[in-house]
Design a protein around this ligand. Structure first.
Ligand SMILES: [Zn+2]
Ligand SMILES: [Zn+2]
Ligand SMILES: [Zn+2]
Length: 104
């Protein structure tokens, strides 16, 4: 599911616009807003995609740390989990080592 940052409505993973307010989810989903914030923050060196518990194998495969300008869009369009892709972005700060890590 994608959550609209404008009206909080949930839309399916494959929706391009919010089902409630028609906002462009490529710009205004909560994940897209978070990514933009991280990309604009000079202290953020890279962006990690973390997966939720019980994520599908497709999402697990794409769990990684990416350069700021090469971050794949979420939700993953190939996700096969019944609740859809629940992956999220995490900032990797200057001080932190760049390591892949599963979030409990
Ligand atoms: Zn909306
Ligand atoms: Zn998935
Ligand atoms: Zn995913």
């Amino acid at each position: 599911m994608q959550t609209c940052s404008r009206c909080n409505a949930a839309s399916p993973d494959n929706s391009l616009t919010c089902v409630n307010c028609q906002a462009d989810l490529g710009l205004f989903s909560t994940t897209a807003m978070a990514l933009k914030r991280f990309q604009e923050n000079p202290r953020v060196r890279a962006i990690r995609i973390s997966v939720a518990n019980n994520a599908c194998s497709h999402c697990y495969e794409l769990m990684n740390t990416y350069p700021k300008d090469e971050v794949p869009r979420l939700p993953h369009q190939g996700c096969s989990h019944e609740n859809g892709c629940r992956c999220f972005y995490e900032p990797v700060l200057e001080e932190a080592a760049i390591v892949g890590k599963v979030v409990e």
